[in-house]
Structures are given as structure tokens and as C-alpha cells.
Design a protein around this ligand. Structure first.
Ligand SMILES: C[S@@+](CC[C@H](N)C(=O)[O-])C[C@H]1O[C@@H](n2cnc3c(N)ncnc32)[C@H](O)[C@@H]1O
Length: 190
């Protein structure tokens, strides 16, 4: 797994509020989040997107996960600042490794992974374990659900993996090296 050092963590977390505002707008423009949605965020970092998403879309459940306890601590601080009276009951922070997601099959309507998927590999440019992360996401995402992600690495192979596994690709936005995608899992046959 490609870990972040203290300097990377500092820079990633410093601009997270601004990035999350952009991501939130992009989600609103490209996806209809169903009311009562159950959502999972992978690699939530300092939790800025989690609070925006929960405030804006009011999902039934939003589980924000990260593998790094220091990032979860940052996320806890973000939540305490935003919700001084206590967190909304829909919002949960939890430690989880994207390579072993501790959730039941088809249990989420939306999975979010912003600049997180490339961390599955032993190095950022190593794609070898990204398919394993995508397989885990596919397992926990219900048919017809959305994987919302952005990436700076492995953009084309991730899109190819998704289309090969029946996802439709939408909402593609490219900004510098970053590509954001709203990938919809094929619905169950009726
Ligand atoms: C580049 S940061 C992005 C954080 C946040 N999504 C953002 O955009 O501000 C990548 C995040 O993924 C987390 N991460 C790394 N490996 C992970 C893994 N195997 N499972 C879950 N999270 C992981 C890191 O701790 C870090 O918080």
C-alpha cells in the first residue's frame, strides 16, 4: 500500500476544503443521489467531503473510512468543528482498508473514492493491486449504484476495468492531471 508521509498529508489536508467544495458541485451536476442513500467513502482524508456530502444530500448513512489513524483523527477534528453539538447520526467514521472492505455485499448505493484508488498499490504508479480494490468496491456496491472517484494515476486502466465489468462511464471531468468519473454499475436484470 502506498502510504503518505507527513509532508504529503499536510498538503493533501491543507487544500481539502476547497477541493471538497468543487467535488460536491461536480457530484450535484452529474449524479442524482437517491434519498435515503447509503454511502461509503474510501480514503476520506480529513473528512471535508464527508461533511459537505452529508449536509448537502442528507443521506441515510455515510460511512467515511480511511486506513490511516492520523487521517481519521483529522477527520474527527473536522467533524467536531462543523458539528459542535455532536455529529449527525448518519455520519460515521471508521478505519478500513480498501483492500479488505469490512462491509456486506451490495450494501451501498454510492461509493466515493477521491484520489484514493492509486494508494492500493505498493507505489503510486503501480497498478497491480488497483483491480483488487475495484473488485472490493464492486462487491459492496449495489447494482445500479454509483462509484464516484477522481484519479491522477491509472486513469485509462481504471476506466477500462470498469467498462469491462459492466459500468457505464459518465460525468467525466478533466482538470490538469485529475480525472473525475461517475461510474454507474449495471442494474440488476428485472
Ligand atoms: C491523497 S489522500 C486523499 C484524501 C481525500 N480523499 C482528499 O481528496 O482530500 C489518500 C487517502 O487514502 C488513504 N489510504 C491510503 N491507502 C488506503 C487504503 N489501503 N485503504 C483506505 N484508505 C487508504 C490515505 O490515508 C489518505 O487519507
Amino acid at each position: 500500500m502506498a502510504e503518505m508521509n507527513a509532508i504529503s498529508r499536510f498538503f493533501v489536508n491543507r487544500s481539502a476544503a476547497r477541493r471538497s467544495a468543487r467535488r460536491y458541485r461536480w457530484i450535484r451536476e452529474n449524479v442524482t443521489i437517491p434519498s435515503g442513500a447509503v454511502c461509503l467513502e474510501i480514503g476520506c482524508g480529513n473528512g471535508q467531503l464527508a461533511v459537505r456530502f452529508v449536509d448537502g444530500f442528507q443521506p441515510a448513512k455515510y460511512i467515511a473510512t480511511d486506513i490511516d489513524p492520523r487521517q481519521l483523527e483529522e477527520a474527527r477534528r473536522t467533524l467536531t468543528a462543523r458539528y459542535p453539538q455532536g455529529n449527525p447520526s448518519a455520519l460515521e467514521l471508521r478505519a478500513a482498508d480498501m483492500l479488505g472492505l469490512p462491509f456486506a455485499d451490495s450494501s451501498f448505493d454510492v461509493v466515493l473514492a477521491f484520489v484514493a484508488l492509486h494508494h492500493a498499490g505498493p507505489a503510486h504508479r503501480d497498478f497491480s493491486r488497483v483491480p483488487e480494490a475495484l473488485t472490493g468496491i464492486d462487491r459492496v456496491l449495489r447494482p445500479g449504484g454509483f462509484l464516484l472517484y477522481s484519479e491522477i494515476f491509472h486513469k485509462e486502466p481504471i476506466r477500462r476495468w470498469l467498462t469491462d465489468h459492466g459500468y457505464s462511464i459518465g460525468g467525466v471531468q478533466r482538470r490538469w492531471r485529475l480525472e473525475s468519473v461517475a461510474a454507474r454499475k449495471r442494474a440488476a436484470p428485472s
